[in-house]
Design a protein around this ligand. Sequence first.
Ligand code: 3PG
Ligand code: 3PY
Length: 205
Amino acid sequence: MTSIDALMRSVPVIPVLVIEDARHAEPIARALVDGGLTALEVTLRTSSALEVIRIMAQVEGAVVGAGTVLNERDLDAAMEAGAQFIVSPGLTDPLTKAAIGRGIPFLPGVANAADIMRGLDHGLDRFKFFPAEAAGGIKALKALTGPFGQVRFCPTGGISETTAPDWLAIPQVLCVGGSWVVPAGEPQPEAIRRAARVAAGLRRD
Ligand code: 3PG
Ligand code: 3PY
């Protein structure tokens, strides 16, 4: 199992996926991996999400994780479905303890200094900055990198193909998350592949 740091360094963009229909799972995962995006975050926001994780986990080259993991119950369901990493919009003590206890790579969301300090207390130093644009954008994240020099981030929330390069130019940003690569609705594999290729080609400083 790779560490969360290795996962964050493996791709500049982690697509955040909200998939309603499990029949879409395989074509979407194949298009993303073909385009060069191999770390896939399937949010537990739809009734088919666990089935989607199961299917995507079989796609060669895909490293499939679960997003919107809110508690220990979600954590166990996601792991049972085959999730290889866990993303949460926030950082709670019970979920953090459980994820560390299970030994699974864990990327909890932080939006301010207190969130980061709570994560550091648990021994974590890799976080999602969420909701990135609404929580103050690049200005806020840059301010947080001052006191927390060892921390690295995956900003997510309101980031687009256009703004991703500005975020990736921040040295403490290892990758960004975003839903733009896979728009809602009937999947268009060629369009997803194209968007993934552009995203996978973004440079980190
Ligand atoms: C989400 O909550 O789904 C994430 O913030 C990613 O979505 P967005 O890229 O559309 O903000
Ligand atoms: C999640 O749903 O896990 C988030 O962090 C928001 O994208």
